[in-house]
Ligand binder design. Structure first.
Ligand SMILES: C[S@@+](CC[C@H](N)C(=O)[O-])C[C@H]1O[C@@H](n2cnc3c(N)ncnc32)[C@H](O)[C@@H]1O
Length: 190
């Protein structure tokens, strides 16, 4: 599955066009912190991490078979790792829960939950309708820039992501699906 790159272990699930959309967004948003949900073998992220050594990338993957998508390979991820890449092993929801507990503080006698924030979030995890929607809801409060991969796909297994993006924008009222470059859907905060 996917594209091979010299010196990298495993594959990237992303075309050059799609990766360039991500590169353009890192540049235009001046991102310094990037979250990648669904890192797979880490190849795409490693290519970006080499290109943007000043940007910190946090990758998330449970390394278990997701819905409609192949599971990442953790050994490949570690081989591909660049100094500015870190990894959380688990789902996006487990990450959010863990961070909320870690950063919880007492405020006015109550626990105030806090989520981390990122300049840019790239959603490419569970490709089922419910899963993609859940990932989008999970990062809703973490960022002002979301890119979602596999928007516009019609192949079975990938064809649910577009509807998840559209429904997320409708329900949240805080985001609009601005445009698509290749199969990268670009969401903007309203
Ligand atoms: C299409 S691949 C990601 C491709 C990668 N972004 C790239 O460019 O090569 C999808 C990945 O999402 C992971 N995944 C599935 N469900 C997930 C979830 N709930 N949270 C985070 N990652 C998930 C899978 O293990 C798989 O490695």
């Amino acid at each position: 599955m996917g594209l091979q790159f010299e010196g990298m272990a495993g594959h990237s699930a992303m075309s050059d066009v799609d990766r360039n959309a991500w590169i353009d967004m890192i540049k235009s948003s001046n991102a310094k912190t990037v979250l990648e949900i669904g890192t797979f073998c880490g190849v795409t992220c490693a290519l970006l991490a080499k290109e943007f050594p000043e940007v910190n990338f946090l990758c998330i993957d449970p390394f278990m078979k997701g819905v409609g998508t192949g599971a990442g390979v953790i050994e490949h991820w570690h081989k591909n790792r660049q100094p500015n890449m870190n990894l959380f092993v688990g789902t996006a929801q487990e990450f959010a829960e863990r961070m909320m507990n870690l950063f919880a503080r007492e405020k006015d006698g109550y626990a105030e939950n806090r989520l981390p924030s990122f300049d840019l979030v790239f959603v490419d995890g569970d490709h089922g309708y419910e899963g993609a929607l859940k990932d989008l809801r999970t990062v809703n409060e973490m960022t002002d820039h979301i890119l979602c991969h596999d928007v516009g796909r019609v192949e079975p297994g990938l064809d649910q992501v577009t509807k998840a993006v559209e429904d997320f924008c409708t329900e949240s009222k805080a985001w609009k699906y601005a445009r698509r470059v290749g199969y990268v859907g670009i969401l903007e905060r309203i």
